[in-house]
Design a protein around this ligand. Structure first.
Ligand SMILES: Nc1ncnc2c1ncn2[C@@H]1O[C@H](COP(=O)(O)OP(=O)(O)OP(=O)(O)O)[C@@H](O)[C@H]1O
Length: 900
């Protein structure tokens, strides 16, 4: 009767307790609870002898009788019969038995006890249900809608108890299986709780709606620790506090698919970091306004996201020693310039074009000869000019405000808009046939406006668009060549404008570099892309994504486990998929994709076909690549993508024709177009570096910068492909969790030891907690003595060759240490206080004694003088009188000093 009212968790805990007590392995074992590796601590010999059996109290408060289970751990912790020797890979005896029982994820226990399970239904969906009966391999389950289904026991997974529904950190789930994790996340998502922790990673679900959890009040609540549930503000707060406390640079790495919410998350993190301390108002508003400019010029509507960032960015916010923002800097990479002249159906070019056409005031429109967006070919080619719910005209006003805040004023703004209009007019330049194949540009409103707005001669522009001039030879152009040349020119002008703007924004954010101490960097990466036609841009985006994924698993899966292995502590290795092979495909020198691409784009005889042949010849050993006619497929960690080889080399070499550079150099507009043209020429042509190899260098610098900082990871998740609120598509979510190896990271975190000290560090930090004199002991003996004296449960730590690893309990030791140090300080103060008082009295006594002697001496001298003057008149009576006065004076001084 009593048992029937108990929760399944309680039943399981009881069963575990009974098993532990009896020391036998029951056939009715529950499946693995969170694994608790056994301590490896071996007591140094000296301590083994002297230590009385240490009792580790394992609290099992969940049992009905509230009984405490006292496990005598002296043999375990002393490394005796249990074989728990310190610092070697050992799992013999009790420890080994524990491990094997932990690894048996027996569903049998759930079946026998008719507990809650997840079962895979016929449509391949996980359903929650209760075991009804079992015959052989077949198990009948009553699912949540009341229906009975019969499945094989292999298609069952243990379910967590209801109390664990919607836990803030998924690592707290007893069973970390696919349906349990998905269920927990859905539970939270349905309640608009979009942030959850997956161990060290923050999972951020895109709500596709306003969830009212941002703004000054929330910033204040996280700052003052009134709120501490998972949130991007909490991550930013941790980064800020770690920077201030440890004096180490921090980075917040935000990743996820396109449209998962990276840019929004980065904005919220920046908002918090700009407000965390009452910052300089000007710097704060400048920082916040940069997003408006970056989004107008670098974001566009794509099929996956109406506000997709078409560049990667790293924002460094530098702080002074007092925690005030001193300056900031933005680095961008892989800007998608081809979007200026080519857009897929249903997508848009950069927002700023539409904003200007919709919102420019009449005077500016006249000056630019500006038409509606529908009249420009670069904009109308995709059949999409508007975005639902977005007011381009209003955003234009916000853009101008942002320019003003960042100090980009009057003439510069005019020049920016002139270049934007020039690009639109360039797109409208048409070509007329001069013979069957060759063409020349038409001298009309479009070419006139483009030349005027760029500040070059119309004839020069016409000449560049009708011929190729090289080595004193002039060749007329075909329609395709002329169109490509025009588009390359437009793309280049826009990219130069974008780079110029980033420089201006950085100048404005320069602030006070002298007081800079440390920085927090926010990395908002490109999301993985797989389009219908994938070319160079997608190849590099996906390579960058692959690189960052390697960084993610290296930090959260590889390094952690390698350290445990190196230190020889007990650790059950969590297998994860390493994408190193795919990365080698790109990075290997001299025969990786990027090096080969670089070599081919610098060669005058290489073609796209010879490039793919080269790939086939040199990389076919790598299982992550396969070649086809005019294309190759790469098996990325996220999914397989087919890349079209045509045009790859040209895009990678990114060369401007010589006459185009000359034309740009002659432009009168001051936004450094000519400078950019020669700059590009110098970088690309002189150094012989292709876009790909430049990007690879840039990316490795970026990764190095992050390696040298403390890292905080945020993984953004797209809950559905419809981009709508309230829809949770489990398979879409699972795909993202699986690809990014979040499940493996959680499994590692579940049993990881987040705190670690070298023996030396631990001994010197907590040595003050030992009651006996330990000065002669080595650091390991001291450390173990501290752990034993303070009864730190063995499942809370492990002792490695050089380090101690902790899962917790260090806070308690730290508090004790503070108490001990606090009372020592008080004693010191008391002692010092008494000492000062004694010193004061001694000094005072000296001064007063000196004073009395001086006064006495003065009086004696005055008496002698008086005696001589009165020639012995009443000499004896006077003599007696003076002597009495002097004695009285000296006596008074003595009494003043010492009292009676
Ligand atoms: N926390 C949030 N609250 C409200 N809406 C959000 C949030 N995060 C994302 N969104 C919505 O989702 C859209 C897409 O988000 P965002 O642009 O940040 O995605 P992304 O991952 O940066 O995509 P891309 O890689 O294409 O740039 C946003 O424009 C916004 O409408």
């Amino acid at each position: 009767m009593l048992l029937s009212s108990r929760s399944p968790l309680e039943v399981m805990l009881d069963s575990l307790r009974l098993r532990d007590n009896s020391g036998e392995s029951s056939p009715d074992l529950p499946p693995a609870l969170p694994s608790r590796p056994i301590s490896k601590a071996r007591l140094p010999k000296r301590l083994i002898r002297s230590t009385i059996a240490v009792q580790h109290v394992v609290s099992c408060d969940t049992s009905n009788n509230n009984e405490k289970l006292d496990v005598k751990c002296s043999s375990r912790s002393s490394g005796g019969g249990g074989g728990c020797g310190f610092g070697r890979k050992k799992m013999i005896g009790a420890a080994a038995a524990a491990t094997s029982s932990v690894s048996v994820d027996s569903i049998g226990y759930f079946i026998r006890n008719k507990l809650g399970v997840w079962c895979k239904s016929r449509n391949d969906r996980w359903e929650l249900g209760k075991i009804e009966s079992a015959v052989g391999e077949d198990v009948t389950v009553r699912v949540s809608n009341g229906n009975m289904i019969t499945v094989s026991r292999r298609e069952l997974l243990p379910a967590n108890t209801d109390v664990l529904d919607g836990v803030a950190d998924l690592v707290e789930l007893s069973y970390l299986n696919e349906p349990s994790v998905l269920h927990s996340l859905q539970y939270r998502y349905n309640r608009d709780i979009i942030y959850s922790k997956a161990g060290p990673v923050l999972l951020a679900f895109n709500p596709f709606k306003d969830v009212n959890i941002y703004g000054d009040d929330f910033v204040a609540a996280y700052k003052e620790k009134i709120l501490d549930n998972p949130h991007v503000y909490a991550v930013a707060d941790a980064a800020y506090n770690d920077m201030m406390k440890d004096g180490v640079n921090q980075s917040i790495i935000i990743s996820g698919e396109s449209g998962a919410g990276k840019t929004e998350t980065a904005k919220f993190a920046m908002q918090y970091l700009a407000s965390v301390k009452s910052q300089n108002y000007e710097m704060k508003s400048k920082l916040i306004q940069t997003s408006c400019i970056l989004e107008a010029f670098g974001n566009a509507k794509t099929s996956r996201n109406w506000n997709s960032s078409r560049f990667g960015k790293l924002i460094d916010i530098h702080y002074s020693a007092e925690g005030m923002i001193s300056n900031a800097c933005i680095q961008t990479y892989l800007f998608e310039k081809s979007r200026v002249s080519q857009i897929c159906r249903g997508e848009r070019s950069y927002h700023v074009f539409y904003q200007m056409c919709a919102g420019a005031p009449p005077v500016l429109k006249d000056n630019l000869n500006l038409k509606m967006s529908s009249e420009y070919k670069f904009l109308n080619q995709s059949g999409c000019l508007k975005i639902n719910g977005v007011d381009d005209a209003h955003n234009f006003i916000k853009l101008v405000d942002a320019f003003d805040t960042l100090g980009i004023h009057g003439l510069d703004q005019e020049n920016i808009f002139e270049l934007l209009a020039a690009i639109l007019w360039l797109g409208n330049i048409s070509f007329a046939a001069i013979d069957e194949e060759l063409v020349e540009p038409v001298a009309d409103e479009a070419s006139r406006s483009a030349a005027r707005l760029m500040g070059c001669k119309m004839d020069d522009l016409m000449m560049v668009l009708s011929t190729n001039r090289a080595h004193n030879m002039t060749e007329p152009l075909t329609l395709q060549q002329a169109t490509d040349k025009r588009n390359t020119l437009a793309n280049f002008v826009y990219e130069s404008l974008f780079n110029w703007l980033i420089e201006e924004v950085n100048t404005s954010l320069k602030g006070n570099t002298q007081h800079t101490r440390h920085a927090i960097s926010i990395l908002d990466t490109y999301g993985f892309e797989s389009l219908q036609r994938n070319s160079l841009q997608q190849l590099f985006i996906n390579y960058a994504d692959e690189r960052l994924q390697q960084h993610f698993i290296r930090h959260l899966c590889k390094l952690e486990q390698e350290e445990y292995e190196l230190e020889g502590i007990h650790w059950k290795k969590v297998e994860f998929e390493d994408n190193q092979e795919c990365l080698d495909l790109f990075e290997k020198k001299p025969m990786g994709i990027i090096s080969m691409l670089n070599e081919c784009s610098n060669s005058s005889i290489a073609t796209d076909t010879t490039f793919t042949e080269k790939i086939k010849q040199h990389l076919s050993y790598n299982l992550c690549i396969s070649c086809e006619e005019g294309a190759f497929r790469v098996r990325h960690y996220a999914r397989e993508v087919q890349y079209d080889a045509s045009g790859l080399l040209e895009k990678d070499s990114d060369k401007l024709q010589f006459d185009t550079i000359q034309l740009l150099s002659s432009c009168k507009k001051p936004l450094n177009l000519s400078g950019s043209a020669s700059g590009v020429m110098n970088q690309v042509q002189a150094a012989g570096q292709s876009v790909g190899s430049k990007f690879m260098d840039h990316l490795s610098k970026l990764i190095n910068q992050m390696e040298n900082s403390k890292q905080h990871f945020i993984r953004c998740i797209k809950p559905n492909t419809k981009k709508l609120p309230g829809i949770y598509e489990s398979d879409i979510v699972w795909e993202q969790l699986k690809c990014s190896q979040v499940m493996e990271v959680m499994q590692i975190s579940k049993s990881r030891y987040p705190l670690r000290f070298t023996h030396q560090e631990f001994a010197s930090r907590f040595g003050c907690l030992l009651s006996t004199n330990v000065m002669c002991m080595d650091p390991l003996s001291t450390s173990v003595a501290i752990l034993q004296q303070h009864r730190v449960p063995t499942q809370m730590y492990q002792v490695g060759f050089q380090k101690l690893f902790f899962r917790g309990q260090v806070d308690a030791l730290e508090n004790l240490r503070q108490e001990v140090l606090g009372s020592t300080r008080e004693l010191d103060n008391r002692f010092l206080g008494g000492r000062v008082l004694v010193d004061f009295h001694e000094l005072k006594f000296g001064i007063v004694t000196l004073q009395s002697f001086i006064r006495g001496e003065n009086a004696r001298r005055a008496f002698n003088v008086l005696k001589k003057q009165n020639h012995g008149i009443a000499l004896s009576s006077l003599d007696q009188h003076m002597t009495t006065v002097v004695h009285i004076q000296s006596g008074t001084c003595y009494i003043k000093t010492y009292g009676w």
